[in-house]
Design a protein around this ligand. Sequence first.
Ligand code: KIV
Length: 275
Amino acid sequence: MTKLRVPDLAAMKKRGEPIVMLTAYDATMARIFDRAGVDILLVGDSLGNVILGLDSTIPVTLDAIVHHTRAVTRGASRTLVVADMPFLTYQVSTEQAMRNAARLFQEGGAAAVKLEGGRAVADTVRRLVAAGLPVMGHVGLTPQHVHRLGGMRQQARDEQAAQEMILDALALEDAGAFAIVLEAIPDAVAQAVTSRLHIPTIGIGAGPHCNGQVLVSYDILGMFDGFVPPFVKQYAQLGDVILNATRDFADDVRHGIYPQAAGARRDSVPLLISK
Ligand code: KIV
């Protein structure tokens, strides 16, 4: 299977082929998502919520994203791996952004980085792209700006805000971004942005008119019992599967059923320990 590359995404938009993107945080899940044919794996700063138990993405560090990106790239063979740049790792100066993005490529093995914001980060995007670092944009609800936005709420709800968002998206395209995530905006605004851009849009809570869709993997798998956004479709209830399997294991241990019942299988497996 040939590895998906950044330029393939523009070709997919041209062909009208929807782009499938999911978040991933470790090698085992990345391997499964890769086998399932996911196009892009995002090592999202949502790992703050679903992996680290934080209530926002703001405390997520660059070291954490580097660490998880390294794991995800080990598991992904076809899928393109994009690493999120955490809060305040790219806003201080373009030099800071360049140094930090370089770590995600060189230490993490990412093929691209994603950063939040529109015109405010366009110069930074331009510098990164000029240096050969592919950048994905992210506008609409940008969780790193939760305090300024006053909560995790839908954006671009009136005409003026929608026009501002379109300008943000156009500025990112002009700066060289290869795709843009549109988060939590009205369907009609996402459609307007998508039709004005040559690069693909990837929606999350932005309706059906984007060129692709992204969701947090823990949400679609039913693993995260915190807040589940209304636009999420849960394709499994793995949280319940894990809970029941764990309870069964605990019961077996407490009643002396495990490991005795597994003895036959254990005896048939050759020992790997050398003397
Ligand atoms: O961090 C993340 O998971 C994201 C996606 C929700 C787009 O940015």
